[in-house]
Design a protein around this ligand. Structure first.
Ligand SMILES: Nc1ncnc2c1ncn2[C@@H]1O[C@H](COP(=O)(O)OP(=O)(O)OP(=O)(O)O)[C@@H](O)[C@H]1O
Length: 484
């Protein structure tokens, strides 16, 4: 009988299929054993190496950005949200795919989110990249991650230029879109308008940041660290049973940057500012009403607290009358203010910073500024060499050293000059004035202050000698202001 069986080719195919099935069955069997008997932590390791191997073989590379409140992110105004803002703004298609969620009590009410496992394509200098959003189930923090995928050939371009471009563009768009508010309780100057115990508001647009704030780097970092700790401290405050708020006392001579620091904090934290004018508040009840009307994520500021009201209750009625004779009177008391800061009413909101500023810290009632109430006391001092370098960068974009810098460094060590005065010297007075001319102006100002200080010291020394010669006591000499 003639062989009419399957042709040779088909038989080979069947044999190969059988082989494949048996390999598959063996692999499944081995996987079952691996799953059952190999410890879990070892699984993770194996997965990691498999992923590494696949990554090594693949022509594509991945970079992952977590949704975090890390120090660096905050300084870059949150890398994760900068990327989403960039993606949303840069393509019509992307903006359709990104969801805008409304977040209550937030300065940025619209928060962009990307669907889990969604992919967005972008192009940079002709190179295609893909952004991919995903959760990591193993991550106990339940964070969302953005992964950037690109071809290995463009590694240099993407890791240096593209990411920088995305972050900068995203940050710029965010800054443009963000609108912080400045509230004030200062009543209108128009006499016909009724006096109101409410806040009036305007847009807060101060450009100060920690980068442009002239102060020693170490001190600056300490404040930034403190703010970050506060911002991410919701659970901590709940755990220790404390209202989620923090008090800062900024003290130092006029022109050392206390108001500038407040603006830098507001911009850094993205908080609204409530500028509280105590002298216009009738009594403690009005103060309470104003407090209740403030929102969370805000900074309540009382500037020049030493001049605001009588906080010791010893001022006479005559003194309360203002210079124009308006009879403007404030019955806000120290206890009212203490209640405002940390009494029961202060718990009506959360995530709030209270800032007092003063030029005379010694004048303040210790109860008002004790730690726990004013948690951090920050001295804003005269311009140091490091602070001067920040100002040189702000005003002249100068990062490098200059031959005149050592002279300035020496003079700043000998003379007390406020950052405000240093900044004034660094500002060009005409179109022809360049950086060097401004540095010379500064040296001149520093030298004239130094000369004045030396002359005054000499004068006081002569005075002192004369008084001593006249038989005056040490106390009397001191009272007369001589250096003793
Ligand atoms: N530390 C600083 N960094 C940057 N700029 C500063 C600094 N200090 C002062 N300046 C500049 O000087 C100006 C005045 O500073 P600012 O009003 O912040 O000082 P202040 O300490 O609040 O003064 P006052 O006690 O009189 O209210 C600001 O507009 C700013 O340009």
């Amino acid at each position: 009988m003639k062989n009419i069986g399957l042709p040779q080719l088909s038989q080979n195919r069947i044999a190969r299929k059988k082989e494949l099935w048996s390999i598959l069955a063996s692999l499944m069997f081995l996987y079952g054993i691996y799953e059952k008997f190999v410890p879990y932590h070892f699984h993770k390791l194996v997965r990691k190496y498999i992923q590494k191997f696949i990554g090594f073989m693949s022509p594509y590379m991945h970079i992952t950005f977590p949704e975090s409140v890390s120090r660096q992110c905050l300084q870059r105004s949150d890398a994760y949200s900068c990327i989403l803002t960039y993606l949303s703004a840069n393509s019509l298609e992307n903006s359709k795919r990104l969801k805008a969620e409304v977040v209550a009590n937030s300065q940025t009410p619209l928060v962009l989110t990307m669907e889990d496992a969604e992919e967005i394509e972008d192009k940079f200098q002709g190179v295609k990249v893909w952004w991919f959003s995903h959760n990591t189930p193993n991550d106990s923090n339940d964070k969302i991650y953005l992964t950037l995928t690109f071809h290995k050939n463009y590694r240099e371009l993407i890791t240096t230029s593209y990411i920088k471009h995305v972050l900068e563009e995203g940050k710029a768009i965010k800054l443009k879109n963000r609108k912080l508010k400045l509230y004030t309780n200062n009543p209108s100057n128009d006499w016909w308008k009724p006096r109101s115990s409410k806040w009036s508001q305007t847009t807060f647009e101060h450009p100060a940041t920690f980068e442009t704030l002239a102060m020693d780097q170490e001190k600056k970092e300490e404040i930034i660290d403190d703010l970050i700790k506060f911002k991410s401290g919701k659970d901590y405050y709940a755990k220790v049973g404390k209202a989620w708020k923090r008090g800062y006392l900024l003290y130092g001579p006029p022109g050392t940057g206390k108001s500038t620091m407040i603006s830098a904090i507001a911009n850094f934290m993205n908080y609204n500012v409530y500028d509280l004018e105590l002298t216009t508040i009738k009594d403690n009840n009005e103060l309470k009403r104003l407090l209740i009307a403030t929102s969370s994520q805000s900074i309540i500021v009382i500037e020049d607290i030493d001049c605001s009201i009588d906080l010791t209750g010893q001022r006479t009625k005559d003194e309360k009358e203002d210079k124009d004779g308006n009879g403007k009177e404030s019955n806000v008391t120290l206890s009212g203010l203490l209640n405002f800061i940390d009494g029961i009413w202060s718990a009506c909101g959360s995530e709030r910073i209270i800032i007092f500023t003063t030029n005379f810290v010694d004048k303040l009632d210790p109860a008002l500024i004790r730690r726990g109430r004013m948690d951090k006391h920050i001295e804003m001092s005269y311009c140091s060499y490091q602070a001067f370098k920040v100002l040189a960068k702000n005003y002249w974009d100068n990062d490098s050293d200059h031959v005149l810098f050592p002279i300035i460094q020496k003079l700043l060590g000998e003379v007390n000059m406020t950052p405000s005065d240093v900044a004034e010297s660094l500002m060009p007075k005409s179109n022809t004035e360049d950086f060097e001319a401004c540095l010379k102006n500064l040296i001149q100002s520093l030298e004239s202050v130094k000369k004045k200080e030396e002359e005054e010291a000499k004068k006081k020394e002569v005075q002192l000698k004369a008084m001593k010669a006249n038989g005056k006591s040490a106390e009397e000499v001191k009272d007369n202001g001589a250096i003793y």
